[in-house]
Design a binder for this molecule. Structure first.
Ligand code: IPD
Ligand code: CA
Ligand code: CA
Length: 278
């Protein structure tokens, strides 16, 4: 098996090459017939999603002989394959284009995502932004970096100052930016300076890791949307848990409701504002 440094570089190189060779040539150049609806009019797939996943999968498998790949578009074509593939160890999880709706409309917030999962834990995760050529990645227990090289970490002052308590150092909920996507989180929505939908879970996690976004809440937890991002945020110093309080596990089916925050302190306060059982 390749060493971790080799894996990190090889996946960064594969993501960059596929972005340049397959994804970017299709950006703002999609023709009729290059885009299809999947489950709804806003759940789209393009020729760039499918071709980039098909190009990435064999490169990932070659890096770790014996590993399998869960790719969003392969699973869309055959959903029955998901449980078997997710039970494989180790397994690569791929979202070839996250933010496909943005990609289709020529907007700039889309990314390619890869996670490596072993024994129910994401051990490595990458998010690559084709337009800037930047990649953020994390290794479990080791940290989070950005290429071109830079250590990434969430803001250091993550203590929560409660309303009216002007003497306690820390941040007010009201000063934080959030991205809360479901009525499950409705009770918390008005508590923040800003609550915006970027249309890309990958960019949300990247922004969380860099402290540009502070809170996110997702109900539906497809592994290709969350496995890499949850690790990247955690390794940057953030705190993400299911609303039950349990850690997110990328290979367990049926989990819903993940809340991410800069610290356990802030997480508790926001979780207390969410609806208990919708
Ligand atoms: C979607 C985006 C979107 C999120 C959805 C995802 P896709 O991924 O990340 O922001 O709200 O839950 O499915 O379909 O563009 O890969
Ligand atoms: Ca996605
Ligand atoms: Ca996708």
């Amino acid at each position: 098996m390749a060493g971790t440094a080799t894996l990190v570089s090889a996946v960064c190189a594969a993501l960059t090459e596929i972005a340049q060779g397959i994804i970017l040539p299709r950006y703002r150049q999609l023709g009729e017939g290059d885009v299809r609806a999947k489950t709804s009019a806003t759940d789209l797939v393009t020729i760039a999603d499918e071709e980039s996943e098909r190009a990435l999968a064999p490169r990932l498998m070659a890096l770790l002989p014996g590993a399998k790949v869960v790719g969003e578009e392969a699973i869309a074509a055959d959903p029955s394959a998901l449980p078997g593939l997710l039970s494989h160890d180790p397994v690569w999880i791929v979202d070839p284009i996250d933010g496909t709706l943005n990609f289709v409309h020529g907007r700039d917030t889309f990314a390619s995502v890869v996670a490596l999962v072993s024994q129910g834990e994401t051990v490595l995760g990458w998010i690559h932004d084709p337009l800037t050529g930047r990649t953020v990645w994390a290794e479990k227990g080791k940290g989070c970096w950005r290429r071109p090289l830079k250590a990434v970490s969430a803001p250091s002052d993550t203590r929560l100052r409660l309303p009216g308590d002007v003497t306690r150092p820390g941040v007010d909920l009201k000063s934080l930016n959030a991205a809360l996507y479901d009525k499950k989180f409705a009770g918390a929505k008005g508590a923040f300076a800003r609550n915006a939908n970027q249309g890309s879970a990958a960019h949300d996690y990247w922004a969380l890791a860099e402290g540009r976004l502070h809170i996110s809440g997702y109900k539906n937890l497809k592994p290709w949307d969350h496995a890499a991002g949850v690790l990247i945020h955690a390794e940057a110093g953030g705190y993400g848990r299911l609303l039950s309080g349990a850690p997110y596990n990328p290979v367990v089916a049926g989990q819903t409701g993940i809340l991410s925050a800069p610290s356990p302190d802030i997480w508790q306060r926001v979780a207390a504002l969410t609806q208990p059982n919708p």
